[in-house]
Structure formats: C-alpha cells, structure tokens
Design a protein around this ligand. Structure first.
Ligand SMILES: C[S@@+](CC[C@H](N)C(=O)[O-])C[C@H]1O[C@@H](n2cnc3c(N)ncnc32)[C@H](O)[C@@H]1O
Length: 197
C-alpha cells in the first residue's frame, strides 16, 4: 500500500468555512488537490492508497482508496467531503473515529498521533527539497510519504521524523506544491524508480 500524510498547519478544524474561499480556509484548496492527486487517475481510482490529512494538529482525516465513493477531480467537491467529515467532529471520541461517508474517517488526532499510526503501517519517507535524490534511492515497498503544506515542518514535527529514522527524499531540483509532489511520488513508484516507464 502507498500512503501519504500531509500536515495542514492552518487547516480548519470545524465545518465553519466557505467552499467559495478554499485558499482562505487554511489553504484547504491545497489539501483538496493533494487528495485528488493521491487517489485519482484519469479514469480510475488508486484503491491501494491511504491518505491522512492532519488538520491544525487537532484532527486527522483518513481517506481509504478501497472504500471511497464519489471522489471527483474538482477541489470544491473534495473540500465538501472534508467539510462533511468535520461536521461529524463530535462523533470522533477518544481513539474512535467518526465515519461520516464511505472511506472517510475523522480521528481526534494531531501530528504526533497520525505519524505514529502511519509509522506502524509502513516506512516513513519525508518528501523534502533538501533530501537525497530519489534516483539514488530504492523505492520502499510500503512507503508513507510525509509532506507539509505551504509551511515548513515545525521543529517538533522534524524531531519526530528524526526519531522515526525517516529518510528524506528529493523528487527533483525544483520546489513543488504538495499535490505536485504526490503526483511525482506516484510516478516514481509506478516506474520502479524511473526505470520502467
Ligand atoms: C510548497 S512545499 C512546502 C514549503 C516550501 N519549502 C516553501 O518554502 O514554501 C510543499 C511540500 O511538497 C514537498 N516537496 C516540494 N518540492 C519537493 C521536492 N523537490 N522534492 C520532494 N518533496 C518536495 C515537500 O513535502 C514540501 O513540504
């Protein structure tokens, strides 16, 4: 399974935001586009993908490719899916997530909890402009790609990644948006490290 964990430092934690202004809602546009990049192919969904969006270190939305229904390519409808998840926030109690729509789970979990859960399931790989070139790395079997939104990882997040012996991998010479980095990471795996295009 391929996994992505995206830290949304300013993402909303309530459903009180407008779908008409996603950039103003803590860059939810970026998070929505990242979900699309993680799951959607031109005419299919990548079923063996799990994506976690950490919202302001308070909630984590977990999306499961094998269960998702009605994920569409436009960011507005994806943002609506995330808003529906947040409408169910009172149902996320302790370690029990809310399950507002198929394949979408809302956990009362911040960055540390989400990273710990992901680290139990796969190999953490931090995508970072200053990492080791991906062309020099063998793609892991069960990667969990960790990305940040428009902000840098905080000191605490970076420290946690170091504690988990996380490798830093660079996908190219240019700084990309998170959704673009997800597309390139998929391509890296799809082509077995760019050897089988
Ligand atoms: C817009 S960047 C984050 C912040 C950026 N450093 C800045 O100054 O705005 C979003 C994320 O995409 C990923 N990313 C961007 N370019 C990358 C690259 N060349 N290689 C690997 N990951 C990259 C990283 O995970 C990064 O945290």
């Amino acid at each position: 399974m391929r996994q992505f964990l995206l830290v949304g430092h300013e993402a909303p934690t309530t459903a009180e935001f407008s779908l008409e202004d996603l950039p103003g809602a803590g860059r939810l546009d970026l998070l929505a586009r990242s979900v699309t990049s993680a799951f959607l192919l031109s005419h299919a969904i990548r079923e063996s993908v799990r994506c976690r969006l950490v919202l302001a270190d308070e909630f984590t939305v977990r999306l499961e490719g094998a269960e998702l229904r009605n994920l569409r390519p436009d960011e507005r409808s994806t943002a609506a899916l995330l808003r529906t998840a947040l409408e169910a926030r009172e149902n996320a109690v302790g370690s029990i997530p809310a399950e507002p729509t198929p394949g979408v789970y809302l956990h009362r979990q911040g960055v540390e909890g989400a990273l710990a859960a992901a680290a139990d399931e796969g190999r953490l790989v931090q995508l970072h402009e200053d990492g080791k070139p991906a062309s020099d790395v063998d793609p892991p079997a069960d990667p969990v790609f960790v990305l940040s939104d428009h902000r840098e990882f905080t000191g605490c997040e970076a420290e946690f990644l170091v504690q988990h012996d996380t490798e830093r991998v660079r996908l190219g010479p240019e700084a990309l948006h998170a959704d673009q980095a997800i597309t390139v990471a998929h391509n890296w795996l799809d082509t077995d490290g760019w050897t089988a295009v």
